[in-house]
Design a protein around this ligand. Structure first.
Ligand code: AMP
Ligand code: MG
Length: 544
């Protein structure tokens, strides 16, 4: 669920749905997403996609834009540029330049997508490959069949849609963006390499040779060596994306690596799927004795229990048997029989969860109890990742864990920013392409719970994955609830709780216990249509 730059599940989906279509190459690792293979590449690997025959080592030069560079590029392109530098990778063969590659980002409909353009020493496009595509539609622009049309173009050739290249129905914004990005890459290579202008002399490019071996498992990201660095990696069954701004790329990457390691550590502790996770082992024993917990697990369970108490059980970390019965975990989804429902309900109840802060131990009262941190664990992990990034010296960034997102520091100018903070679009729960509202995050966390990620339809009724523990059935008041709060763990827990409670009781909960938080409810009518949008509390909305 969730995203930045354009969409929160939107980013929810937005950030989450980082689709990396430039598969073919190299080791790295791959993740299956909706039947498509997602492969993350390091920049050097991305260069190999479009300059496959070059010898090692590649030369890499980052050109910080002087005022003169910016003015010249903007004049050539007829538009403003948000970048402060460009990195040109030059592929060498037998010591001679054989092609230059630039990784660029452009905003498609809502979100920035990243692609790489290779340019020949004669200034013509050799190849184009989309690296990270974030929109839910329009991904056809990543296909070779489409990109081939751009090969051979040079800076002075027109690239007009439907005249010089074919449009793709439904993807016009992305087609336009990729054409604009190709022009930008051609202009960059022209200015900094092919006709290196005298007025660039003041800004000596930084040069590095890269002959490091590729490290499988270290994943790509996007932009060049200055400016925000973004990398993604699968964790807790979904995608974790981290953006760091304000550090040299190597240090940003190091910080991101540490944050990934922290999330891995938490996943190992909180996973339901690993029989050796601390949670699974503790739950197995806690029916018989008080089990000591690590500080992290204790803290997340304590917040889960407090949220259960404050929401009068709408949020319930012991809801696992019901989630399993409806098939959202384990076997296929179905509407369960009444007896099975009664049996599962008898095993659910947050009061069974006994936490003793003095001894930091857990006890579970009663038989067959399960503990599921699916509605809070990702948010908690986001908070810990932000801590690690700050400790690594990152002045600004965003951690986005499938719709649970937290920002810190100022947003860099460009597509990730909006006046007053980081731009996060909240996805419309029924129109994946549309943003419901745009938020500006300034140190806030945001989380969305929705009925559109995991659900099934039976006899015309939509059954979503968030259950009302008091009925045993999926909660039906809302299609989506977005919560903005000071921490991601709280936003995550509250978005699930408010999804079950609906706007009236949700408002009471916030006013009573969390006046610092705000919420946006997309409320359903009796037929499952969207009735209205309700805002509660100080929602940091951006002007649109
Ligand atoms: P989220 O997307 O954060 O709202 O979390 C939804 C997940 O939490 C579901 O997929 C279930 O695993 C679990 N869950 C479902 N209903 C509840 C509930 N009422 N309270 C706590 N967790 C729940
Ligand atoms: Mg949640």
């Amino acid at each position: 669920m969730g995203g930045i730059g354009a969409s929160l599940r939107t980013i929810l989906r937005a950030c989450a749905a980082v689709l990396l279509v430039a598969a073919s190459a190299g080791p790295a690792w791959a993740e299956q997403t909706d039947g498509e293979t997602t492969v993350y590449l390091r920049p050097e690997e991305a260069v190999r996609l479009v300059l496959p025959d070059c010898d090692d080592p590649l030369s890499v030069r980052t050109h910080a834009l002087t005022d003169a560079d910016r003015a010249a590029l903007e004049e050539k392109l007829g538009r403003k540029l948000g970048e402060s530098s460009f990195t040109v990778h030059t592929g060498l063969r037998k010591g001679k330049a054989y092609g230059h590659a630039v990784i660029v980002s452009e905003v498609g409909k809502f979100k920035p997508f990243d692609f790489i353009v290779a340019v020949s020493p004669e200034g013509k496009v050799l190849d184009v490959a989309v690296l990270v595509y974030r929109e839910s539609r329009g991904g056809e622009i990543a296909r070779k069949r489409f990109n081939r049309q751009l090969v051979g173009k040079s800076l002075d050739d027109p690239i007009r849609i439907n005249r010089d290249i074919l449009n793709i129905t439904g993807a016009t914004m992305s087609v336009r963006a990729i054409c604009a990005g190709v022009k930008k890459a051609l202009a960059v290579v022209d200015r900094f390499v092919l006709h290196a202008a005298k007025d660039t002399a003041g800004a000596a490019p930084s040069e590095e040779k890269r002959s490091r071996p590729l490290v499988p498992g270290r994943v790509l990201a996007t932009p060049p060596t200055r400016g925000p660095v973004t990398r993604g990696r699968p964790a807790m069954g979904t995608l974790l994306t981290i953006t760091v701004d304000g550090l040299p790329a190597a240090r940003a990457e190091e910080g991101i690596d540490r944050a990934f390691a922290e999330v891995e550590r938490l996943e190992a502790a909180m996973s339901l799927w690993r029989s050796d996770s601390e949670l699974v082992r503790a739950v197995a024993r806690a029916g018989r004795e008080a089990v000591p917990l690590s500080p992290d697990l204790f803290e997340v369970l304590a917040l889960a229990r407090a949220t259960a108490e404050r929401s009068a059980g709408a949020f319930d970390p012991t809801v696992g048997p019901l989630v399993r019965l409806w098939g959202f975990i384990g076997e296929g989804t179905r509407v369960p029989a009444a007896e099975a429902l009664a049996e599962a309900r008898a095993r659910v109840g947050w009061r069974r969860l006994q936490l003793d802060p003095g001894t930091r131990t857990l006890r579970l009262d009663g038989e067959g109890c399960e503990v599921d941190l699916g509605a809070i664990g990702k948010g908690y992990a986001v908070d810990r990742a932000v801590e690690v990034l700050r400790a690594a010296g990152a002045p600004a960034g965003v951690v986005n864990f499938s719709g649970n997102l937290r920002s810190f520091g100022p947003a860099p100018p460009g597509p990730l920013a909006v006046a007053g903070g980081w731009r996060v679009d909240v996805q419309h729960p029924r129109e994946p392409e549309a943003a419901l509202v745009t938020l500006r995050l300034d140190g806030h966390a945001v989380s969305t719970s929705g009925d559109y990620e995991k659900y099934f339809v039976q006899d015309g009724v939509r059954y979503g994955h968030i259950l009302d523990p008091r009925t045993g059935h999926p909660a039906r008041e809302a299609a989506a609830v977005t919560v903005v709060a000071p921490t991601a763990a709280l936003a995550d827990a509250l978005s699930t709780a408010l999804f079950v409670l609906g706007p009236e009781r949700g408002r009471e909960l916030l006013e009573r216990h969390h006046p610092e938080a705000a919420a946006l409810f997309v409320v359903l009518d009796a037929d499952g249509g969207i009735a209205r949008v309700v805002r509660v509390g100080p929602l940091p909305e951006a002007a649109r």
